[in-house]
Structure formats: structure tokens, C-alpha cells
Write a protein that binds this ligand. Structure first.
Ligand SMILES: [Zn+2]
Ligand SMILES: [Zn+2]
Length: 365
């Protein structure tokens, strides 16, 4: 049976959201209905709207309770708590070797507006609209999802913490743990102390990395970075960051991570790395002509450059790992989160865009 729900519908790219009644399609094989308890708000929800057919329902960081499963589904049952991660095809060469972050069907699954089988999951006033955003479209009270995207959650974890996990937090922490496997012998400089950068800092702390340096232009974020595990914090507007980093590590750092996407950070990162250093890029760099001086600096040091998607994570392994750290007080994600009622989705987006809130999360009730 189809299901009634309420969703935040956007009618034109980057327009305001309007909460509307929608109808969700019947479940197909391998799917579940999930009642959403909370959903994170992420820049991707707004920045990628130009790719979508309109009207659309976006939202890709949902968490909630399984209400119903299609026949034959055995990973989850009604009543299970889940986090909805990103979709994968399960059959491409990357999926087959466990590199779910590089699934070759990612683009159509995330932005195509349809299920993998080409059908649509959401109707507005009787007409199909662009749904299946990251195969979830979770700015809604209920969603249709492929069970392969679900991660079961054990124990009592606040909904807003669960909602924060599957995207930016996993990207930041996963780069440290999965992509680079950093440990006590390592050091790192993190450019940008937003949700992604702060998560990288928390994970570096969990891994015993020292020093952990945060670089940002907002003092409040640098103060928070120090509370969450940064051993040093430099303000790129006030400090001579290159000189400070050279003072700390005269032979250069082993790792630098950029979450800021700024050309200036990329140049500083390459300057501060030592020979054989590794530069992880977690945000799409500014779309300007590349500054070739970066190559001139990087080449003689043999620096390795790596772009990292989703923290090179396998969600069913890494999300439970992060939740375990959270329960043990070692990964205080709640410090980044600010909650809003679902109805205030436009305000939540405004706060996120302005940078006043690090990680907005919408609560459905
Ligand atoms: Zn996201
Ligand atoms: Zn795949």
C-alpha cells in the first residue's frame, strides 16, 4: 500500500521549501518505509539543486524507525532504528571490491530523481515529482529507501546525533581513520573547522595523533576545535600560518587535510607538508584556474594528493564505530549540532549558509 507523508518540497533551484502532503509509492523488492525522526541539513541539499528536476524533495542524512519492509528483506524489521547512508548499486567493480564510496552508479542514484529501476517514489497532488534524492529524499516524515543503504543502530543514541553522522562527520573522521589510518606517529593540519574539519580533528584525537592543528578564520570555531582535540589553532586572518606551522614542525607535517576549498588553504597546506607528505582534499576546490605554484612546491617534496569521498568509508562498519566513540565520550558530535523543528527548515538552511550553525539537524517531532 502507498503511504501518506509530509515533505519539504522545493519548487525552483535554491528556492524556499514548502511543507506539503505527499504520497509515497508502494515498496519495491529490497525496500523499506522509514519513519524519519531527524535529518541533517547539508550544503549538498542546496548546492546540487540545479541538477534536479523540479519540484523536488531533497534531504540525504535521515535517521528513524523502520515501519515496513518488502517481502524477503531480512537485514531490518519494523521497529529497528536506522541511519540512512548513501546508496550503492552493489554490482559495479568498485562495489564488488568494497569501495562503496566510489560506486560507479553514484551520480544517477543520488541525483537522478528515481529509483535504480527508473520508477518514481513521490507524488505531489497525484503527479510524480523528483524524489529518491540519494535514494532517500528525507526532508519528509516518511521515506522509501533501499535496505542496502540502511545502517542499523543499537542502543539509545539521540536522533540528532544519529542524523549528524552519515555525511560530513563521516567524511571528516573517515579521512583520518579509513583513508589515512593515522596513528600516534602522525601529525596533521586541518584547514577549515566546520563540521567536516572538526570531525577530522576529533578522529585524529581518538587516534592519538599529535600535534593536531586547526586553521580557520573564525575564532569561535578555533576555540571549539581546541576543546574537541586540536593541540594548536591558528587564525588565518591574524596569524602567519606558514611561519607558525614551520615553527611547530621544522621538517614539515606528514598530513594536511583541506575542508575549506580555498586556494589559499591549498597553497598553505602544500607549503607546510614535509617530504613524502600527504594532502587530503575533502571539499571540491574553488572553480578557478589552478594555481600552478602548488605543483612547483609539491613536486620536489614528492607530496601525494588524494581527493576523498565520504571518508573512504563502509557505512555499516564505520558509522557503528563512530557511535561507539560517541557513547564513550570520545567523539562529542553533539557539540556540533543545533536542532530545529522540521517546520523551520528555511531558517535552518539560512543559519547553515551563514556559518552561524555548524551542523543543523531537523527534528520531525
Ligand atoms: Zn551531506
Ligand atoms: Zn556500485
Amino acid at each position: 500500500m502507498s503511504k501518506q507523508a509530509r515533505a519539504a518540497v522545493v519548487y525552483e533551484p535554491e528556492g524556499k521549501f514548502a511543507i506539503e502532503d505527499i504520497e509515497l509509492d508502494d515498496l519495491h523488492s529490497g525496500e523499506a518505509y522509514v519513519k524519519i525522526e531527524a535529518v541533517g541539513v547539508c550544503h549538498t541539499d542546496m548546492n546540487m539543486q540545479f541538477l534536479l528536476g523540479m519540484p523536488a524533495v531533497v534531504g540525504h542524512e535521515g535517521t528513524g524507525i523502520v515501519e515496513e519492509v518488502a517481502p524477503g528483506v531480512d537485514y531490518v524489521k519494523p521497529g529497528d532504528r536506522v541511519i540512512i547512508s548513501w546508496p550503492t548499486c552493489g554490482t559495479c567493480p568498485k562495489c564488488l571490491v568494497g569501495r562503496l564510496d566510489l560506486c560507479e552508479m553514484q551520480f544517477p542514484l543520488n541525483f537522478g530523481g528515481r529509483r535504480a529501476d527508473g520508477t518514481q517514489t513521490i507524488k505531489l497532488k497525484g503527479r510524480p515529482i523528483h524524489g529518491s534524492y540519494f535514494q532517500q529524499s528525507s526532508f519528509a516524515t516518511h521515506v522509501v529507501v533501499p535496505v542496502s543503504s540502511l545502517v542499523k543502530v543499537a542502543g539509545d543514541i539521540p536522533a540528532e546525533v544519529r542524523a549528524a553522522m552519515p555525511c560530513g562527520i563521516m567524511t571528516g573522521a573517515g579521512s583520518v581513520i579509513n583513508a589515512f589510518a593515522m596513528g600516534p606517529k602522525d601529525d596533521v593540519v586541518v584547514f577549515g573547522a566546520g563540521a567536516v574539519g572538526l570531525s577530522a580533528i576529533m578522529a585524529a584525537k581518538v587516534s592519538g595523533v599529535y600535534p593536531i592543528v586547526a586553521v580557520d578564520i573564525h575564532q569561535s570555531r578555533l576555540d571549539l576545535a581546541k576543546e574537541l582535540g586540536a593541540s594548536h589553532a591558528f587564525n588565518a586572518r591574524e596569524d602567519d600560518v606558514v611561519a607558525k606551522l614551520a615553527e611547530l614542525r621544522p621538517t614539515g607535517f606528514r598530513y594536511a587535510i583541506d575542508t575549506s576549498a580555498k586556494q589559499s588553504s591549498i597553497t598553505t597546506a602544500v607549503q607546510c607538508l614535509g617530504s613524502g607528505g600527504v594532502f587530503g582534499v575533502l571539499a571540491v576546490p574553488e572553480p578557478q584556474v589552478p594555481d600552478y605554484s602548488v605543483g612547483t612546491l609539491a613536486f620536489p617534496k614528492g607530496i601525494r594528493l588524494q581527493f576523498i569521498l565520504a571518508g573512504s568509508s563502509t557505512p555499516r562498519l564505520f558509522i557503528p564505530q563512530m557511535l561507539e566513540w560517541y557513547k564513550n565520550g570520545r567523539f562529542p558530535v553533539d557539540r556540533l549540532v543545533h536542532t530545529f523543528p522540521f517546520e523551520q527548515i528555511n531558517e535552518a538552511w539560512g543559519e547553515s549558509a551563514s556559518g552561524r550553525v555548524i551542523k543543523p539537524v531537523l527534528l520531525m517531532e
